[in-house]
Design a protein around this ligand. Structure first.
Ligand SMILES: N[C@@H](CCC(=O)N[C@@H](CS)C(=O)NCC(=O)O)C(=O)O
Length: 194
């Protein structure tokens, strides 16, 4: 059975959601980011990490989404036109996701250890994340590997933006619609915090 290695509340929620939507069998194993166990499989120590029964291993959220999208294409979750789906995947993994790093891990982005420097870095991250978050607001809205990824990025946004998603009504609707599904509710309950 394919195995998804995940960390609660991380972007690894995505390869959790997609097979669950269609009832494809998979195993979810909780790991600690950067742990020896994870590093032995994935030298970057990041989640998601994905492994087939054969031992075939895949890392990087975008590649995992692409792989799932292709394997599950008969379920119509690939995100439509493959070049468009790749474009969205790159946007979500490289642009939007990356903008959250300043907020979640400010110490990686400044060597100044003061509270003021940390606050300034987080503030810069919030500004950086607000702009690309408006893009899916105008374009997304289906049920595909791409929407699943957008879902978790939107949850990150809801958590860090002052006023939450009040300026992104379509994004809010996308989040609420995906969150309302029983498969996603089960996964969120299992992973715990938002
Ligand atoms: N570029 C990575 C991003 C994945 C990622 O950064 N995941 C986060 C959790 S949401 C993580 O594992 N961060 C740990 C770290 O960066 O050390 C990918 O595409 O898989």
């Amino acid at each position: 059975m394919p195995t998804v290695y995940y960390a609660p509340a991380g972007c690894s929620l995505v390869p959790h959601i997609v097979p669950k939507w269609i009832g494809a069998p998979y195993k979810a194993v909780k790991v600690r980011i950067g742990s020896e166990e994870l590093l032995a499989m994935n030298p970057a120590g990041t989640v998601p990490t994905f492994r087939e029964d054969s031992g075939w291993l895949l890392t990087r959220a975008g590649a995992i989404l692409d792989d799932l999208g292709q394997k599950l294409s008969e379920a119509g979750l690939s995100g439509g036109d493959s070049i468009r789906a790749k474009c969205w995947s790159a946007f979500l993994t490289a642009d939007l996701h990356a903008s959250f790093w300043l907020i979640f891990m400010p110490n990686r982005h400044t060597i100044n250890k003061s509270d003021a420097a940390r606050k300034a870095t987080v503030g810069a991250g919030v500004k950086l994340a607000s702009q690309p978050l408006g893009i899916p607001n105008r374009h997304l809205g289906g049920r595909s590997v791409i929407d699943a990824y957008a879902f978790q990025m939107i949850r990150f946004g809801a958590k860090i933006l002052q006023g939450g998603l009040q300026n992104f009504s379509d994004v809010q609707r996308l989040r609420d619609r995906i969150a309302a599904g029983p498969a996603v509710q089960k996964i969120i309950a299992r992973e715990g915090r938002a």
